[in-house]
Design a protein around this ligand. Structure first.
Ligand SMILES: [Ca+2]
Ligand SMILES: [Ca+2]
Length: 619
């Protein structure tokens, strides 16, 4: 029987101290754990009386939970914002955030194309470990997340955050109620495009609202009546309004400035002597800026700005599709390459962190892959993060007084807080789609499998002879660059510094796992059919790096069902990497053919309550 890990709905401003009360098993607590007695008939009469109403940390006046708004552009290049040197396209709202907040000069998308970049961003795993490592193409089909893929939304749900994804999800299949749907991966609210390909349609004839396909009939037959990004903006503002009084995560992923460059209005660029595609592209970038500004204005109007962290970034380097000319805009800034390349232009992205009164104005040159997002949000929310992710928390940088350094590029932390630094960053690319400039930059190797590593200022890129990663090292072409001296990756030092190149190739080999086994995290629930009912097994796994205390698991069954606990359901302490497991015998009510079982696991992590939930339908 399938088990789906879910994270609880909760409402803010309700203190949690007693964790689970009134549940159908584990009614007593003891210092060494207790075995709940036969608890038939003790099922809570209504969910409101049970634990689901008591999830969110008490909002102490001095420590209001921080809201998170993560805004991810699609194919916005490093050089396309004024704050990063853009001369032709106007982005005044984001530029102001960059001036007031922390600007990362060395932020990296986790991959040079959408799907793997977004999978890594959501899960904190780099592209040698993540579930989705390639864009959908040909027979390989659409990448999917699984029940084993823990997203930052799921991590925050455990602390009672209200979570929404508005925009492009980017994974298939195009179906509701499956493990790769945002609602199954921690997002309570989803509105927008499910699959990668559908997100290319700016005038869609349908979008998804959670599990429901919503028709947009006015766009049928190629009509361009309702612009998808406008709907996304409306829903994003509505999400902020709806959750103004509770801690929330908004993951806002508009489909701009991706190809095809379509916009209802070229606006300020109408009279430029540019192609229509370039005018529309510039208008898309400016519309992204307007969207960001609109969200900030709404946060300010609702008096939420002081307790909200806004992060603005992009999923990969600039595209050249649909006739857009990235060189007109110098969209890759000082770097070599575009979307699809593992040179810096394909990977390096803007990243701005803004939170008045929390984040000081400044810049940091810490090499910061977007895999750092999950542990950072977890850190700031006081939520456990899985210890087996590749990302590291940069919470220490996002503090008043931390972001004042300009950075020297030498790997020093001076002036940029004390966020841990990565030993190295790893990137993988295997993509059969190719564009002219990207292929020229790759010297005709854009269809070849490639890898890159940055360690300190050293950067190595290597190309396989084809799309098979298992070929011997000597068949790869390796290049080596010194980014400190040569950020544009023009001077290949591989022949001059073979030992350095070999060292980075070893890191590439070590970074890759054909299948990356995850450590258990949160609640899993399984039910096996027995003669008169079910044997139910639940596990609360502490996959974080800190011990949990006061752990408890409880099983909830439909009214009238008989639930008999077979094992202790509490533990004073669950060490990092440990777990609490228990079994129950469940007998359906007479005549009941099917029902849903819910298991909640609760514990205290670093002084704060966390709750995980899993459900299974039995029949
Ligand atoms: Ca993209
Ligand atoms: Ca350039």
């Amino acid at each position: 029987m399938s088990s789906r890990r879910r994270f609880l709905a909760g409402s803010a401003a309700l203190g949690v101290t007693g964790a689970v009360a009134g549940c159908s098993a584990g009614a007593t607590a003891g210092p060494k754990g207790s075995t709940g007695a036969d608890a038939a008939g003790k099922t809570p009469a209504s969910p409101a009386a049970g634990p689901s109403a008591s999830l969110v940390p008490a909002a102490r006046p001095d420590t209001q939970p921080l809201n998170f708004v993560v805004i991810l552009a699609d194919d916005l290049g490093y050089g396309e914002l004024g704050a990063y040197g853009q001369q032709l396209i106007r982005t005044p709202r984001i530029d102001r955030l960059a001036a007031e907040g922390l600007r990362f000069t060395d932020a990296y998308a986790a991959a040079p194309v959408c799907a793997p970049s977004r999978c890594s961003l959501l899960t904190g795993l780099h592209s040698g470990h993540a579930a989705v490592r390639e864009n959908p193409s040909g027979p390989r089909g659409q990448g999917s997340l699984t029940d084993r893929d823990l997203t930052f939304a799921e991590v925050l749900r455990a602390r009672g955050y209200r979570t929404g994804l508005i925009g492009k999800w980017g994974f298939g299949p195009e179906e509701p109620d499956q493990p790769s749907h945002p609602n199954s991966r921690g997002f309570e609210t989803f509105y927008g495009y499910l699959t990668h390909r559908h997100a290319h349609d700016y005038y869609p004839v349908h979008l998804w609202e959670n599990g429901t396909r919503q028709e947009i009939p006015e766009n049928r037959g190629g009509a361009r009546k309702t612009y998808g990004p406008d709907l996304i903006e409306q829903r994003a503002l509505a999400f902020v309004d709806a959750h103004r009084d509770e801690p929330f995560l908004l993951y806002l992923t508009p489909t701009v400035p991706h190809a095809p460059s379509r916009t209802p209005d070229p606006g300020a660029y109408a009279d430029e002597a540019w192609s229509e595609a370039d005018k529309a592209h510039a208008a898309q970038v400016s519309s992204f800026d307007t969207l960001v500004g609109g969200i900030v204005d709404r946060l300010t109007a609702l008096k939420l700005a002081e307790r909200t962290l806004v992060l603005v970034t992009s999923d990969n380097g600039p595209h050249e599709e649909g006739g857009t000319d990235p060189d007109l805009f110098d969209a890759n800034g000082p770097f070599r390459g575009y979307k699809r390349n593992l040179y810096e232009g394909g990977l390096r992205v803007p990243l701005i962190a803004w939170s008045p009164e929390r984040v000081s104005a400044g810049t940091t040159d810490r090499p910061t892959p977007l895999t750092d997002l999950l542990p950072t949000l977890a850190d700031l929310a006081g939520a456990p993060a899985p210890s087996d992710v590749d990302g590291l928390s940069v919470a220490a940088l996002l503090r008043t007084g931390a972001g004042t350094g300009t950075g020297s590029g030498t790997g020093s932390d001076s002036g940029t807080g004390h966020a841990p630094r990565h030993d190295h960053l790893y990137f993988y690319r295997n993509h059969s789609g190719v564009t002219r400039r990207a292929d020229a930059v790759d010297e005709g190797r854009a269809r070849k499998l490639a890898e890159a590593v940055r360690r300190g200022d050293w950067k190595a890129v290597r190309f396989a002879p084809g799309q098979d990663r298992r070929v011997p090292d000597e068949e790869w072409q390796v290049e080596l660059y010194d980014l400190g001296r040569d950020p544009g990756e023009q001077d290949d030092l591989a022949a001059a510094r073979p030992a350095q190149a070999d060292a980075l190739v070893r890191l590439m080999r070590d970074s890759w796992a054909e299948t990356y086994e995850r450590k258990p995290f949160g609640v899993t629930l399984e039910a096996a059919r027995e003669r008169d009912g079910f044997l139910v097994t639940a596990t609360l796994a502490n996959g974080s790096s800190r011990p949990w205390t006061g752990a408890r698991i409880a099983l909830e069954a439909p009214a009238g069902w008989r639930v008999r606990s077979l094992d202790p359901v509490t533990a004073d302490r669950v060490p990092a990497g440990g777990s609490l497991a228990a079994r129950w015998r469940v007998t359906p009510a007479t005549g009941a053919a099917e029902g849903r079982l819910t298991c909640r696991g609760t514990a205290t992590h670093a002084g704060e309550p966390v709750t995980y939930e899993a459900r299974v339908s039995v029949q």
